[in-house]
Design a binder for this molecule. Structure first.
Ligand SMILES: [Zn+2]
Ligand SMILES: [Zn+2]
Length: 137
């Protein structure tokens, strides 16, 4: 049985100071596994948190990414999306609506030619049209 740590506990465990915006944005990312951008996060949270600024959202998401509490996915259009699921998985990107879907996959063993290399990250990105958009093509 695994015990889900709360957002507060996970921030503390990472050794970063728990502040209201950090907790708010981290909790939002845990609740919304739709790979939102900073603009999306800001527009969803600003009404209930009038003191929140877009600059804060940028700072907090980068801090969370730096501490590996969230991962950053750069979509083909160059937008940065944030993901609270940090276990390895692939992303499917819809060229029509820009939605990003998770899919399960495992990183393959590195090929022989990379022996001795330092691999810092591996990502799987699939592109095409999502089921909703595929009908229009
Ligand atoms: Zn789509
Ligand atoms: Zn994901």
């Amino acid at each position: 049985m695994s015990i889900e740590l709360s957002a507060t506990d996970r921030l503390r465990e990472a050794g970063i100071r728990v502040t209201v915006p950090r907790l708010l944005i981290f909790q939002y990312l845990i609740d919304n596994r739709t790979h939102p951008t900073c603009d999306r996060i800001y527009s969803d949270l600003k009404d209930s948190n009038p003191s929140l600024s877009l600059a804060t959202v940028y700072n907090v998401t980068e801090k969370l990414a730096e501490e590996r509490l969230v991962t950053v996915i750069v979509s083909p259009d160059g937008e940065r999306h944030y993901d609270s699921v940090t276990d390895f998985h692939g992303h499917f990107y819809c060229d029509q609506c820009g939605s990003i879907y998770d899919f399960k996959c495992r990183p393959d063993k590195m090929p022989e030619c990379l022996k001795g290399a330092v691999v810092k990250s591996v990502s799987y990105i699939a592109r095409g049209f999502c089921p909703e958009c595929a009908g229009n093509h």
